[in-house]
Design a protein around this ligand. Sequence first.
Ligand code: ADP
Length: 397
Amino acid sequence: MIPAPWAGVAENDPSTALPVEVAVSVRGLARRYPGSDRAAVDGISLDLHAGEVVALLGPSGCGKSTTLRLIAGYERADAGEVWIGGTCAATAARPLNGGTPQWIPPEHRGVGMVFQDYALFPHLTVAGNVSFGLRHAAPAARDARVAALLATVGLADLAGRHPHQLSGGQQQRVALARALAPRPRAILLDEPFNTLDASLRAQVRRDLLDILSSEGVAVLMVTHDQDEAFACATRVAVMHRGRIMQSGSPATLYNRPTNRFVAGFGGDGLFLPVAVRGGRLVFPGGWPVPSLPVADPGAWTHAGDATLLVRPEEVAIEPDSSGDAVVGEGRPRGPDVEYDVRPRGAPHGNLLLRAHFHAWLAPGTPVSVSLALRHLVLFAGDRAVASLCLTAACTCH
Ligand code: ADP
């Protein structure tokens, strides 16, 4: 097997060596659909290692599914390369560097794809669907693999049923078993939990990740749901307009976003205007507090106007009849209630916070507000100019 030129190197940095083998590597992938005025995928580079779950997270239309289809071989890139297990699986039909075009068809790439609608063969039974990718294997080996996979996904009793006789969750497990059957290096999951009821999702998610982990396969999933991405993946790449804006652990993306898009897409929060002056963050109009000391001023150089990211858990309120703010309508969110808090009579923006359900506050309740920042993330324009952990125990970086 010919090693990829960048096998074992870090994403976007060909000079940094990593001691791990890469299952899938894409470099500079780009795809513009005919008639479209901009690229659906615009220069994506990403490595996927064996046993790792990576999520592509982004809003609808940002190019997530196209990226999966380029890797699986259902689309061809206009530029860039797809390497699978050290073999070049695809280049553009006319590579920009003038090299020899490469193309391995989807069924020979060693990549399994689970589609949003599962795309099961309706005329085949569960066992028939799972054995589809093994039709060239010896019958005994094929039957043993199908039986083992159906046991793994908990469908051994339903081997003779047809897809229309299964629930959505069961169909998804058949699709997964079918994709896993030929022992691919990587599994690509397109919005895997989209069609499932909210009540089923958490359990199905755990089951699916357990199955994938037991097979030791690399997983790339796409989702528009931040909760889903953060719950499933060890590494998340946030996409916007065909590009990866930031890639990192959920903790890094949530706590240390490098740009405002990632800060907003990676979780709830508000951007408050501040001025960095005289060693303090000064809030215009003294809201929600007059000022805060600047943390570790040696770590960053920005001075002047900026925007501060404040996550809901960094705001605290106390009912206080002489407080200078009031709460708005409460919105239940799991064990918490989310409130907007607005200053009394002042034209400044609302704050967003979450408080425990046991202390429901009626709209209009006067409160005093305090900020307890856990991370200091300051933006100038779209770009983060300071990004610091403020708690000693933080493991986000
Ligand atoms: P996502 O998966 O993030 O929702 P897609 O990769 O499906 O995004 O789509 C990215 C962009 O490409 C969108 O603007 C979409 O309308 C466009 N697109 C997707 N598939 C096609 C196609 N077959 N032909 C033309 N445009 C497409």
